[in-house]
Design a protein around this ligand. Sequence first.
Ligand code: ZN
Ligand code: ZN
Ligand code: ZN
Length: 376
Amino acid sequence: MQTPGATAPLDTSVYAARMDRVRAAMASQHIDVVLLSLGLDLPYLTGYHAMPLERLTMLVIPRAGMATMVIPGLEAPRVTEQPGVFELRPWAETENPVEIVARLVGRSSRIAVGDQMWARFLVELLPLVSNASYVRAVDVVGSMRMTKDAAEIAALRAAGAAVDRIASELQAGRIPLVGRTEAEVSADLGARIVAEGHQMVNFAIVAAGENAASPHHTPGARVIRAGELVLCDFGGTMNGYCSDITRCVSLGTPPSDVRDAYDVLHAAQQAAVRAAVVGTPCEEVDRAARRIIADAGFGEYFVHRTGHGIGMDAHEDPYIVEGNRRPLEVGHAFSIEPGIYVPGAWGMRLEDIVVAAAGGPDPLNVVEHDLVVLDV
Ligand code: ZN
Ligand code: ZN
Ligand code: ZN
């Protein structure tokens, strides 16, 4: 779960327009009320990012009438009020906030609940609301968040450019690797993510040699040595929007099998980027990468989906995975990150963020894609 980023709220009109779209989706799906607690739907609609506290914060959006943000009294000063978008209902320490929410929910019969809400609050709410059915709010807000507007794409592009600058330092050999531990390099990348303008580091995976065969390896005390491939996958949140990039560098000339595998990976990644055209189903983009890797004999070593959507969340819809028949739309933003992982030997991944644009796939990461060989 993400902690709050220092994001300046947008103009009230942006939130009002988003709330109108939520109500239209509620009407078409016969949803009476939407309940949003933690997670990023709340800041998307209100500009307020709730900390994951044990005290309840809940935005109650009825299909008609004003939305109410039920919030711990001591958190209320952190909220930038958005007149006409929501009202604040701060609760005192001795009040039961779940009862406040239950009163606002009233006789609603179809309730949409955000994915991120402490189970205890839903468990406490259920007996207070009778004869209601529940659906996921992702069906209402998630599809809106998937389609980025120009300002959101600009924010993703700025975050992407920032991590590109770090990747280019890595590829230029200006981030020391040999003799340092993975954890030291990870901390270095984290500091650079902040120095480049992100408010928050989301992850900085550094995996050397055989460790890179674990796609989400935790950087540790392993010392990086000459002669190996090092995988760096890092990103953060800048002004509310996420970056995410993976590049590998070879510390000295790689063995020919690694070189050949990287060429396959590179071709697969570029094929998937080219396939990410508006109207193409997400699974077809996955297949574009997977086909090339499988044809080269590495199919069993590509153990994850090709990509994930990205926006306010580092991972969100749409997922670039077999079985997702959703066609790409203008404004969808997602990663293209095939990998090849040979247990006990090596691993490699190549990742860019790409936006589906009217003029074709628009990659937000453009730093060198080929395997950069560093002198050691
Ligand atoms: Zn990942
Ligand atoms: Zn990544
Ligand atoms: Zn990613």
